[in-house]
Each structure stands twice: as C-alpha cells, then as structure tokens.
Design a protein around this ligand. Structure first.
Ligand code: GLA
Length: 391
C-alpha cells in the first residue's frame, strides 16, 4: 500500500469515515552545513522523495486523537489538556509516547500563537526511515502543521509553519535542535537545495543539476540509531554557546575564519575545535553555493570531504560506521561524501557518477561486512518538493 493509502485506511479504521484531506511533508538530507543552524549560520539541505502523510479530519468536540503506524494505540487528549502536557521539562521524557509528542506538540505550538480550532483526528504514516538522520521528525511536524494550518484556517506561511515545527521539536519532544530540518521539509523544491540563512531565515533555492549532470546522491543509512534529545547534540550546542560567549560574539555566525588564531589563544582545546568546525563549515556552505552556481555539482566534492573531516576530527560527532561509509565511497570513486544530519549515527551521503551506483554501493557493503558492522541500507535520493496538501 502507498503511504497516502496507509494513512487514509488508518484514519478510516480509527474513525469509521474518510479524512477531510491528506497533507504530506518530506524528510531531508543536508548537502552541507552541519551544526551551523543553531549558531545562526548557513545550511544547504534538500527535501527527499520519502514523505510522511497525515490524514486529518475535524471533530465536533474539543478532543485531539492521533494514531500512527509507529504505534499500536492511539493517543487522545482534550485540546485544553495540551497545556498540561507541554512544555516538556528540559532533559525529561515527554508525558505522552514520543511519536505522539510531534503531532500533539504542533497542535500545542499553533494554539500558543492564538490559533483556535475544533478537535481533530489525525492518522500518520511515513516512508521516511526513522533514526536515520533523515528528519523523519520534521516530516511529521511539517505534515501536521500543514494540515492544521488549513483546517484551523491559521493562514501561516511556510516559514512560520517551520517555526511551529521547531517549537514542537524543542519544547514538546525536548530535542534542542535548530530550524534546518523544518525549513527543508516545508520549503523543499524539485532539483534544488535550499540555501538558508538561519539568522534571517531567508531561503534561496540553488539548482544542483544532479540529474542533468549524470550524477546521483547516494544515502548510506548506517543503521546506527541516533537521538538528539539526549547527550552529544546538547553538549555540542552548549560548547558552541560557550565559545561564542568567550569570544564576545552574539553567536558563532559572527566569528570568521580570520578570527580563529585569536580563538585558539582564548579557548580550551575542545571548545576551540568545536568553534573551528562551525566557523569553517559556514565558510564551506558559502563556497559550495558559489561553486554550484559557477561550476556545477561535480566541483563540490572536496568541500564535502573537508566537511566530513571537520565533523570527525573537530566536532567529534562521527562514528566508525559513518567514517567507513565515507571512506569506502570515496575509495570507490565517489566525487565527495560526508555524514549528514546531527551525527552520532544516522546516514552519510555520497555524490557519485550515476553509472557508478552499483560499484560504490558494493564497495560500501563490502567495507561494512569486513568491519563486522550491520549491513547498511543504501539508496539514491533526488531533491524533491516540500510540504503540501495531497488531496
Ligand atoms: C539535526 C537537527 C538540525 C541540525 C542538524 C545538524 O538534524 O535537527 O537542527 O542542527 O542536526 O546540522
């Protein structure tokens, strides 16, 4: 069954009738610009074909009920009761099952902006792999936010809906992320990456021309699951904030590559390396955008490789499986490769000649097998459309 059909039939078995509509939003990969979003910096993600679908209908009471293929049981609360559930205190688990905190968090965040609406039934199905660093969570938020925006006649634009999604992620789920994933999921476009300034939230589509150039982007899902509500992600964010404070900057966006010598004198070694990753990564995003425009995708390989090295050595968010994926892909002739997303597991991407897909995939599988790792899931993606109403 297709994902929209699954969402529809889940809705029908919950309610006994058809949904009023279907809304969907995609996952994303990030071409380059990692851990720069919450530092007010630059990112260059693109939406992928895998999507989450929300089948939604209004109720004639004030209850909200969510059901998903992720779980056996629906979760139901009164709309007024959302304020008792959220915000989730920092470092604690949500008071509802985590999957339900995403859609319920979106409803809570929207109501927090003064939007008023009736109760709802929401059924969610997805083909975005979960835990793979491909933003399955932003896809749930984007699909739900788009549905509620229409059914509650909120009239918000895509950027405002991305902010709603981030609020759900930060304050309902309790993951201290930036806004890249929600913006990519809301604003994705076929054939383009989204060059996003995370300070102004200006978003410019940058054509990547992957298909015309005979290239492909391979996703290598290491199957090492990650979570951003805990541990390393939070620590990295704290190090960046400390570094900015010690350098007298509002955020690391305001620190340039030329400031790094001074930073080395002022900061302890670990904080310095965290700062150096973010500062050089911002520059690499700018360089990638320029290179894409002037020379095309085949010329960005070295920037991708440098980004991975910076995350592995300075930001220390890679894992052996990600390094193996990147090294094996490059060894088999990939133009460039890097881990994508928050790190500590998840996926790597490799930019390859399309006719080398088989060879690169085989090389990655062989490298995983000889290291004794769980076999990776490998597939190609193309830049795809952002959130929309499907029917
Ligand atoms: C996760 C977060 C994003 C971003 C990336 C790292 O995907 O959700 O906000 O910080 O990690 O670039």
């Amino acid at each position: 069954m297709t994902t929209p059909a699954t969402a529809s039939s889940l809705f029908a078995s919950l309610t006994g009738h058809d949904p009023e509509g279907l809304w969907s939003a995609p996952g994303r990969v990030n071409l380059i610009g990692e851990h720069t979003d919450y530092n007010d910096g630059f990112v260059l993600p693109f939406a992928i074909p895998q999507r989450t679908v929300a089948a939604v209908g209004r109720r004639d009471d004030d209850r909200i009920r969510v059901v998903s293929t992720f779980a056996d049981e629906p979760v139901e609360v009164a709309l007024d009761g959302l304020d008792d559930l959220f915000p989730t205190p920092a470092g604690e688990e949500p008071r509802v099952p985590e999957w339900a905190a995403y859609p319920l968090g979106v409803a809570w965040a929207l109501r927090g902006t003064g939007v008023v609406g009736s109760g709802l039934d929401i059924a969610i199905a997805s083909d975005v792999p979960v835990g793979a660093g491909l933003s399955s969570s932003a896809a749930i938020e984007g699909a739900t936010a788009s549905a509620l925006n229409d059914l509650w006649a909120a009239g918000l634009d895509r950027t405002a809906l991305a902010r709603i999604g981030r609020k759900a992620e930060n304050d309902a789920v309790g993951a201290p992320t930036g806004i890249m994933d929600q913006m990519a999921s809301m604003l994705g476009e076929p054939d383009a990456a989204i060059f996003l300034d995370c300070r102004s939230l200006d978003a410019v589509p940058v054509p990547v021309g992957i298909l015309e150039a005979g290239l492909a982007v391979l996703v290598i899902d290491t199957r090492v699951a990650h979570a951003h509500s805990t541990g390393g992600y939070r620590e990295r964010r704290a190090s960046c904030e400390l570094g900015a404070r010690m350098l007298g900057a509002e955020s690391l966006r305001d620190v340039s590559v030329d400031d790094l010598d001074r930073a080395r004198d002022l900061l302890d070694d670990v904080t310095f390396r965290r700062v150096r990753h973010v500062v050089t990564e911002n520059q690499r995003v700018l360089d990638t955008v320029r290179t894409l425009r002037e020379q095309g995708a085949r010329a960005i390989g070295d920037l991708l490789v440098a980004s991975h090295a910076s995350m592995r050595d300075d930001f220390e968010i890679s894992v052996p499986e990600l390094d193996t994926a990147v090294d094996a892909a490059i060894g088999a002739g990939a133009i460039g490769a890097r881990m994508t997303g928050g790190g500590f597991g998840g996926a790597a991407i490799a930019l390859i000649e399309r006719d080398e897909e088989g060879a690169v995939t085989e090389a990655v599988r062989a490298a995983f097998a000889s290291s004794g790792f769980t076999p990776p899931v490998v597939f190609t993606v193309i830049p795809s459309a952002g959130a929309h109403r499907d029917s």
